[in-house]
Design a protein around this ligand. Structure first.
Ligand code: PHB
Length: 390
């Protein structure tokens, strides 16, 4: 009897050892795909630093399993993102895909997440429809309409009547233009729209058109990092002395580049979900730790997207006891927590983030430029998807 049990036990052990991946189940693999070379490197670095910082602060074991982070560079090119995601799914057998620095990179990968039933945490990209591209997508960044509609409201209520919009000509820029124009014209405002190419933009010819139109305000969306180039050309053309107000979602004054823009940025009004100056104990310690982890770089909204994305993965895994797939996505739905940006939750219907949007003004504080928050619109859902479900 005793001998037979032993033999059976030995047989079971041999069988287990022969099952490929049996060992790997002790780890949860997270494939983090980001632009870490090319023109959008700043976005990738912010997200990676945020994600690594979260792991450093919370340990690398969740529900008894080791979290293994595999970081890959896609250079900001959608074909590379897709190929990398495929390799991570097939070869590395990742349990979670994460990152996605730009909208086209997220959209190219969405069908793979659906086919493989692998949760895909979008930590950066901001076009509203992204979460509809796969039931396995969940987002910890923001949507452009979510950040932009409050800007249109504020402008309409603060004496601005005529606006020129200038946006990068792709998903999030078009979302921002539509969201602003919809709300602002309904309130009686007048809008003229300009679109600038995403790659290597030269803003000068567009700024000439703005000068000719003489609007009360110039509404700008450019992706994180491009604000520096925009602001340089804005000053070169004397806009800082033109009386035309600079407004937009907060991408143009992102916290990483803001401090180097100089006084020209002072007074810019933006609406967004994150400011490094957000006044909370959670944010103060986040900013301090992020700077320590990155040679003094200030976190921006991309950094907090990476940090919160890891939080969502950790808390989801705690709920599923380490299980991935559909169970993990289900566990993430409805989750809420206090982020460095303020209170956030994951909408269980849309898998998109619900968060406060703050109205901010660029001011000098302790010798540095910050987006100083002065009003809060609480618990904002993406308005594009909210309108569809009504
Ligand atoms: C995007 O491509 O979705 C994107 C990139 C940078 C931003 C916002 C949106 O600042």
């Amino acid at each position: 009897m005793h001998r037979r049990t032993l033999i059976l036990a030995a047989g079971a052990a041999a069988l287990l050892a022969a099952v490929p991946g049996a060992q790997a189940q002790e780890a949860v693999k997270v494939g983090l795909i980001l632009p870490l070379t090319g023109p959008f490197t700043a976005i990738g670095r912010q997200v990676e630093t945020g994600a690594r910082l979260y792991m450093q602060q919370h340990g690398d074991t969740v529900a008894g399993k080791k979290i293994e982070l595999i970081v890959k560079d896609d250079g900001g090119v959608a074909d590379a993102t897709k190929r990398t995601a495929q390799e991570l799914i097939v070869n590395d057998k990742v349990d979670v895909l994460a990152g996605f620095g730009l909208t086209p990179l997220a959209l190219a990968t969405a069908p793979l997440a659906t086919q493989a039933k692998v949760p895909m945490v979008v930590m950066a990209a901001g076009t509203a429809t992204i979460t509809e591209a796969s039931p396995f997508i969940v987002r910890t960044s923001f949507t452009l309409p979510q950040a932009t509609e409050p800007m249109a409201d504020w402008a309409a209520k603060n004496g601005i009547k005529k606006v020129t919009t200038l946006v990068s000509d792709y998903g999030p820029g078009i979302d921002a233009e539509k969201a602003f124009t919809g709300v602002f014209t309904k309130a009686g405002g007048q809008v003229e729209s300009l679109r600038v190419p995403l790659a290597n933009p030269d803003f000068s010819p567009f700024l000439q058109k703005v000068a000719d139109a003489k609007p009360d305000a110039l509404f700008v969306f450019v992706p994180a990092g491009q604000g520096a180039q925009f602001m340089k050309q804005f000053v070169e053309r004397g806009f800082d002395k033109s009386g035309i107000k600079l407004i937009g979602p907060g991408d143009v004054t992102d916290d990483e580049v803001l401090n180097n823009m100089g006084d020209v940025a002072l007074g810019a009004i933006t609406t967004h979900h994150y400011s490094a100056a957000h006044d909370s104990p959670e944010n103060k310690s986040f900013v301090e730790a992020f700077k320590k982890a990155s040679n003094g770089t200030r976190p921006n909204f991309m950094g907090v997207g990476g940090y919160d994305g890891m939080h969502l993965i950790y808390e989801g895994l705690k709920k599923t006891n380490g299980q991935g797939g559909q169970a993990l996505i289900d566990a993430m739905k409805g989750m809420s927590w206090t982020s460095p940006r303020g209170p956030v939750s994951i909408d269980p219907q849309t898998r998109d983030i619900v968060q406060n949007i703050y109205v901010r003004k660029v001011e000098r504080k302790d010798g540095e430029l910050y987006n100083v928050e002065f009003a809060t619109i609480p618990n904002v859902k993406d308005p594009v998807k909210a309108a569809k479900s009504n």
